[in-house]
Design a binder for this molecule. Sequence first.
Ligand code: ADP
Length: 274
Amino acid sequence: MTVMQTCAKNDETARSSKERENIIEVADLRFVYSQKTPFEKAAVNGVSFGIKKGEYIAIIGHTGSGKSTLIQMLNGLIRPTSGTVKLNGEDIWGKKSDIRSVRFRVGLCFQYPEYQLFEETVYADIAYGPKNKGLSGDELDSAVREAAEFAGLTEQHLKQSPFELSGGEKRRAAIAGVIAMKPEVLILDEPTAGLDPRGRETILEGIREYRRVTGSTIVLVTHSMEDAAANADRLLVMNGGKVEYFDVPAAVFSHADRLGEIGLGLPQTSRVIM
Ligand code: ADP
């Protein structure tokens, strides 16, 4: 083998090990609503990035910047107009992939998920997803109890009707329902919206704990610069359907003027910018 061939081979090895590191990789992703109508709207318009296994990413951006559309493509809920989403190196819409299993592996918790609680007990609600995934018996029971614990819910809560819970507890029950499916990637859209500071912290703490114990990857969509800065390894800033920045919090917050222009502020605690 010549030196050039060896270098090329090393490059290839380096590239493939780099690829392995990314649990999610998107390339040139676009999503157009109401295509070929007067209401056509490119909500995500040419986005490429990689998320490393075990990383905690916060997605921030003004309303309408494409955050919700992007995360729905990450778990295969909507199919990109063009571009690819790879999960562990495999195109989720490729021939070999099974989109149903992708949705279990990449768990998506919507905004205000408590509106989707409908079972008679909190236990049954949390069990709904893992049951669908095929879990039963002791395996199902331990998935439900573990998830409840991450969400800060007690044995007592599990026996109650979801409608007897407080707003914050309902939210946590709904999040537990996604966690119970043990997703490798947990995506949450504004999980703390509308909650008081204590309710917010209970949820953020539970998410950190889920990541610490399971090594899962976290994607948090948030309006709170404080929550993004305090929790995430990297921030993905969306603006007009494109990625404006994707970097560590200090680097992103160094662009204060540009962030202001695209409708975002700096976190109020200067500590997090240092
Ligand atoms: P964000 O989550 O950042 O608020 P969205 O992904 O919800 O952004 O929306 C991005 C753009 O796509 C917005 O301009 C929004 O109006 C548009 N959009 C979102 N959902 C739909 C839809 N179902 N039909 C048409 N346009 C939509």
